[in-house]
Design a protein around this ligand. Structure first.
Ligand SMILES: [Ca+2]
Ligand SMILES: [Ca+2]
Length: 300
């Protein structure tokens, strides 16, 4: 039997063609007459015959295995066309009982992941001073229409206060069948007070998600994080009775927001989020203690 295969040599490089067991399936000897790869034109030729017998073979098998390397650009396509097929039967007649199935190869092209949302679970965070207060930052990622390379394997956070962090655990995260929600805790120790407007400025944070494609692709999303000084519930830059009043008004309340969604806020109102000074999802004596400890302090 013989065949010729044509392909686009700018997309694929045929590395080797190795004989299979089709003509020797009964143990009979064979002779490979032609085994050629022409890299310049993208042509592979092969011819093999049985030796020292008048009988043929009857079962299916593999004539030859060809190994290709993808050398084109991502997204490049080539057809693989099989031509000049000749099968000779045991009567030394050309046998036409075959079908040719040509193929197509497209080189995988990785797409960058898509960030659905990124932000702070608490609308208002407070800087940490003596008492723990953790900001929770979350990112929700998807990677649609990908057959591979969609797993999120690396997440890097820029918290907006000059500090950086990576996400450990929960990775790789598969966003293929739905969503991939990853959160990171960070304790802020600084805030940004604008003395000309007499208000806090949000910190400019960002998150970068990287998939496991080849080559890997990344997407970055920027978002604001509101951080007040420790003890300041209402964001006026001083810790005084007004902050205690907010805590008193909502005393005993627990998180009632849309925490179920990845980037939803855990508190339904700004007052509650402000009053929960230590971000533990409960407004109680611990928040009041922070006001007491920071009493009289002013942002600068
Ligand atoms: Ca205040
Ligand atoms: Ca609290």
């Amino acid at each position: 039997m013989q065949y010729t295969i044509k392909y686009d040599p700018s997309v694929l490089r045929a590395e080797s063609q190795v004989s299979g067991d089709f003509l020797s399936q009964d143990g009979n000897k064979t002779m490979v007459v032609v085994n050629k790869i022409d890299h310049a034109t993208g042509t592979i030729e092969y011819a093999e015959t049985r030796v020292g017998t008048d009988t043929g073979v009857t079962r299916r098998g593999t004539v030859a295995k060809i190994q290709f390397t993808a050398i084109g650009e991502p997204g490049a396509t080539t057809s693989i066309n099989i031509t000049e097929v000749v099968l000779v039967d045991s009567d030394k007649q050309e046998n036409k009982w075959y079908e040719v199935h040509n193929g197509t190869v497209t080189i995988y092209k990785n797409k960058p992941p898509v960030i659905l949302c990124a932000g702070s679970k608490h609308l208002i965070n407070n800087a940490q001073k003596k008492y723990e207060s953790l900001a929770v930052l979350c990112v929700n990622v998807t990677d649609p229409d990908e057959e591979k390379g969609y797993n999120i394997s690396y997440i890097r956070w820029s918290f907006g206060d000059g500090q950086y962090g990576t996400t450990e655990g929960g990775l790789p995260c598969d966003p293929h069948s739905g969503v991939c929600c990853i959160c990171k805790n960070h304790s802020y120790i600084t805030w940004k007070w604008n003395s000309s407007t007499n208000s806090y400025e949000p910190l400019k944070a960002s998150v970068t998600v990287t998939d496991d494609g080849c080559p890997e692709m990344s997407t970055t999303e920027y978002f604001d994080v509101i951080v007040y000084m420790a003890g300041d519930a209402n964001g006026d830059g001083v810790v005084n009775i007004l902050d205690a009043v907010w805590i008193g008004k909502h005393f005993g309340e627990k998180c009632d927001g849309t925490a179920a969604t990845c980037c939803g806020h855990v508190w339904s109102s700004e007052e509650q989020s402000g009053a929960d000074l230590n971000n533990d999802c409960e407004i109680n004596i611990l928040d009041a203690v922070i006001v007491g400890t920071m009493w009289g302090h002013a942002a600068w």
